[in-house]
Design a protein around this ligand. Structure first.
Ligand SMILES: CC(=O)CC(=O)SCCNC(=O)CCNC(=O)[C@H](O)C(C)(C)COP(=O)(O)OP(=O)(O)OC[C@H]1O[C@@H](n2cnc3c(N)ncnc32)[C@H](O)[C@@H]1OP(=O)(O)O
Ligand SMILES: NC(=O)C1=CN([C@@H]2O[C@H](COP(=O)(O)OP(=O)(O)OC[C@H]3O[C@@H](n4cnc5c(N)ncnc54)[C@H](OP(=O)(O)O)[C@@H]3O)[C@@H](O)[C@H]2O)C=CC1
Length: 291
């Protein structure tokens, strides 16, 4: 199938990044969210991130203007009905995602491919609640989307080959690299990355190190571009906890037990960069460790 238009549900950090790369690759993009403020913020961020690419000669000012012209926004989910491909990038909660697919379904063309950018949730289970499990896939972009090369492609048990091949061609047109993962909790990247982040929070919880020493150790001692706690704040602590819960529930192994300190930060509403406070406090000029 030739994909020309893309509907994106959820205009958070992933939704805006996904809209950014699809628009630059020439797709017509329709971005949906439940709040107008969310949509306005996403458009402003896309503009700023594209401007950075212009200033670094990655794209031309004409490319930027054309891409921005291809992005439309809507608060009405049903408006995504005529698009060829839908990418759900709303909050990492299964009930939220299921409700979106249920509400969207009556408005879709029969041939529209449905995908979720979920970090961890079963694709087979999400697909089984729709009218098209054979045209449903996990389409997992990495954060920040304009920079990260990888896209994980996850087939549910019922996904057909044509759908997989269509998405493979889309990834190629985006100039990114696809990796196929089987549909087990958190797939490949987060199966490996999230237990490391959770272990970093245990290292903090048990007093082995403080926020700064843990992050410095992994940056300077293991050459990670960001320390694990800085990265957790960047991803969102609510998302990190949701992924750990999916691993813990889905694999029934205590080694995936979310650190109680991670739970406490989420309970406090300290979700990382997006709420200006997490393992670091971002409200001042420079981030200040909270422990
Ligand atoms: C949770 C999940 O389900 C899965 C996940 O996504 S897990 C998270 C995966 N992501 C990571 O692990 C990210 C780890 N961090 C990094 O790789 C780096 O810190 C980083 C790329 C984010 C920033 O790198 P940096 O060197 O500190 O910053 P900076 O020099 O400003 O940026 C590097 C490049 O990225 C670009 N960039 C950064 N953020 C950008 C954005 N949002 N949009 C466009 N470009 C961006 C910059 O323009 C710059 O480009 P050039 O090298 O071409 O000049
Ligand atoms: N953060 C990351 O590093 C990565 C995240 N992901 C996955 O991407 C998805 C989105 O994550 P992320 O962008 O970080 O999360 P954010 O919290 O930044 O954004 C989620 C967005 O979805 C909106 N939303 C919530 N419910 C609905 C709904 N019913 N309809 C439309 N929009 C809705 C939220 O609005 P409001 O704020 O008003 O609630 C918010 O704007 C998750 O599944 C996550 O696991 C995948 C790869 C990396």
């Amino acid at each position: 199938m030739d994909i020309k238009s893309v509907g994106i549900v959820g205009a958070g950090q992933m939704g805006n990044g996904i809209a950014h790369v699809f628009a630059l690759a020439g797709y017509d993009v329709l971005l949906n969210d439940i709040s107008q403020e969310g949509l306005d913020k996403a458009l402003a961020l896309i503009d700023r991130n594209m401007e950075r690419q212009v200033s670094r000669d990655k794209i031309s000012a004409e490319d930027k203007a054309a891409a921005l012209g291809r992005i439309r926004t809507t608060l009405t989910l049903a408006d995504l009905g005529p698009t060829d491909l839908v990418i759900e990038a709303a909050t990492e909660r299964e009930t939220v995602k299921q409700a979106i697919f249920e509400d969207l379904q009556p408005h879709l063309k029969p041939e529209t491919i449905l995908t979720s950018n979920t970090s961890s949730i079963s694709i087979t289970r999400l697909a089984s609640r729709t009218d098209r499990p054979e045209k449903f896939m996990g389409f997992h972009f990495m954060n920040p989307v304009p920079v990260m090369q990888l896209v994980e492609l996850i087939r549910g048990i019922a996904t057909d080959t044509a759908t997989y091949e269509t998405l493979l061609a889309v990834v190629e047109r985006l100039g990114k690299t696809a990796a196929s993962a089987e549909d087990f909790p958190a797939f490949i990247v987060n199966r490996i990355l999230m237990p490391m982040i959770n272990e970093a929070v245990y290292t903090l919880y048990e007093g082995v190190g403080n926020v700064r020493s843990i992050d410095e150790s992994m940056k300077l001692g293991a050459n990670h571009p960001m320390g694990p706690l800085e990265l957790a704040d960047f991803i969102g602590l609510d998302t990190c906890l949701a992924i750990m819960n999916v691993l813990h529930d889905g694999l029934a192994d205590t080694k995936y037990r979310p650190c109680p300190l991670l739970v406490k930060y989420v309970e406090a509403g300290w979700l990382g960069r997006k709420t200006s406070r997490g393992f670091y406090d971002y409200r001042g000029e420079t981030p200040v460790p909270t422990r």
